[in-house]
Design a protein around this ligand. Structure first.
Ligand code: NBP
Length: 489
């Protein structure tokens, strides 16, 4: 083992332990530290035994064990524990040392910490890490942002341990880790990644409910459908695990998935993505609906009561089952394209707002392996931004445009059938509504502006005058000529 460790890692829970083992397996020497030392001892005697991993029983010992510039990665519960560890570490660090937060931190915290530590001469990196336990051990997707000066020092370890996807020659050499941008950009990208994960999962769930309720498919049949879909453009980790979930039997031989209570949990990253979209004025409707779908699922007791009195239509389907399954596949693909299109518009707006220089193609590449939303489809997003780095919306890229237009009739058929049969499809329908809104030249917002001007003198622009000129009408003859101030939030 080297005299000094390449990196120190704080936080010996599932992510921290597995990242340390991953780093050691790639030839790096790591010092492990945890708030409660017994976990360090247990780790050293257990999974870490015989590897290039040493333990530290104090912050001083951790800092002393590291090569310069020191790199310390925190894998602890997000929020206050991160601030607490930063406070403990800083008095022992020198200018140029690096603190990395690999937890699911809310990006404004990373904005703040980057600035605070920069003032002390210490570099801060906020890195989103995705892939769960297995990814941490075998190769996660890593999205680092913050003090770019620190990137050359941490690059070898981060790209060394990250997942790899195929290069032009089919060799697994391209790391799913690249520099994302300044301040909290890494955690912002991870947040949106998680929001997209919410959307992808909910879309799959809606497809499942339609096939179960409207077509009456069994779990075994659903397994076969998802197995087939995984051979198409939908090829992805989430479709793959869904396929396997339908095949998994409970002890009595029934499908386990059907014995699981229909109330979904959430840890907040989807909500953060939705709130951020509202703050930045970006129509991120699909992810918003995916978060709300989890909320309504959590109202189980109330839904059970409501189901007794709020009767919907009886299920009635007379069409061709096979053709409808293919319609659902196309509707899922088109909706997924809308979700990523909305997510990328959020990136573009955030880049403007926070003055970040985000590399959109590289972000898609980082998500191609190691993480929960990994899919073949992400390669197309990279190509779209390689072709046009200024692309305003993925729906305008030729490949995505053609795919969505090809799916359009199926998509309408699926949403229409769901509505007619009373099956909720919040994300499939939100995606279609966004598509229709985005492609509509004249929306009814003229009436909305008239209403706003009628009751609040909020003014309007005219079709026959240049943009930026505002008018007010005394609609009732009883109001004055004074208009409200014109501003948008
Ligand atoms: P947890 O999120 O369960 O955090 C456990 C670690 O945080 C332990 O080392 C624990 O120390 C420490 N900790 C806690 Br809890 N409260 C603390 C406090 N007040 N002060 C100091 N340390 C404290 O572990 P995890 O699931 O491995 O996740 C680590 C980070 O990575 C989190 O931010 C998580 O959101 C993120 N993440 C998790 C996953 C996943 O799949 N689990 C995936 C991607 C990212 P102790 O041992 O002394 O209690």
């Amino acid at each position: 083992m080297k005299d000094k460790s390449d990196i120190g890692l704080v936080g010996l829970a599932v992510m921290g332990e597995n990242l340390i083992l991953n780093m050691a397996s790639k030839g790096f020497t790591v010092t492990a530290y945890n708030r409660s030392y017994d976990k360090v001892e247990r780790f050293l005697k257990g999974r870490a035994e015989g590897q290039s991993i040493r333990g530290a029983d104090s912050i001083e010992a951790l800092v002393d064990s590291l090569a310069s510039p020191r790199q310390i990665m925190l894998m602890v519960k997000a929020g206050q524990p991160v601030d607490d560890f930063i406070e403990l570490l800083v008095p022992h660090l020198d200018a140029g040392d690096i603190i990395i937060d690999g937890g699911n931190t809310h990006y404004p915290d990373s904005n703040r910490r980057t600035e605070q530590l920069h003032a002390k001469g210490i570099y801060y990196i906020g890195a989103g890490v995705s892939g769960g336990e297995e990814g941490a051990l075998k190769g996660p997707s890593i999205m680092p942002g913050g003090a770019v000066e620190a990137w050359p020092a941490v690059k070898a370890i981060f790209q060394g341990i990250s997942a790899k996807v195929a290069d032009d020659k089919g060799q697994l050499t391209v790391p799913c880790c690249d520099w994302v941008g300044d301040a909290g950009a890494g955690h912002f990208v991870k947040m949106v990644h998680n929001g997209i994960e919410y959307g992808d999962m909910q879309l799959i769930c809606e497809a499942y409910q339609l096939m179960k309720e409207v077509l009456g498919l069994s779990a075994d049949e659903l397994h076969d459908v998802f197995a087939t879909w995984n051979e198409t453009e939908l090829d992805s980790y989430l479709i793959e695990i869904t396929r396997d979930i339908f095949a998994y039997k409970d002890q009595d031989g029934s499908a386990l998935v059907e014995n699981i209570l229909d109330t979904a949990g959430q840890k907040g990253t989807g909500k953060w993505t939705g709130v951020t979209a509202l703050d930045l004025g970006v129509p991120l409707t699909l992810i918003g609906e995916a978060v709300f779908a989890r909320c309504i699922s959590a109202q189980k007791a109330e839904r059970v009561e409501a189901a007794k009195v709020l009767k919907g239509p009886a299920i009635h389907f007379t069409g061709d089952k096979k053709a409808f399954i293919d319609d659902i596949r196309k509707a899922l693909l088109a909706s997924k394209i809308v979700s990523y299109a909305q997510g990328y518009v959020l990136f573009q707006q955030a880049a403007k707002e926070f003055d970040w220089n985000l590399n959109y193609g590289a972000i898609a590449l980082m998500w191609r392996g190691g993480c929960i939303i990994r899919s073949a489809f992400l390669g197309k997003i990279k190509e779209a931004f390689d072709d046009n780095p200024e692309l305003p919306n993925l729906l305008l890229n030729p490949y995505f445009k053609d795919t969505v237009l090809d799916a359009q009739q199926s998509w309408r058929n699926v949403v229409g059938t769901a509505v007619a049969n009373g099956v909720p499809v919040p994300c499939l329908s939100a995606a279609l509504t966004y598509f229709d809104g985005y492609r509509t030249e004249r929306l009814p917002a003229n009436l909305l502006q008239a209403q706003r001007d009628f009751f609040g003198a909020h003014t309007y622009e005219r079709t026959d005058k240049p943009r930026g000129e505002f008018f007010h009408t005394n609609w009732t003859g009883r109001g004055g000529d004074t208009a409200s101030t014109t501003y948008n939030v």
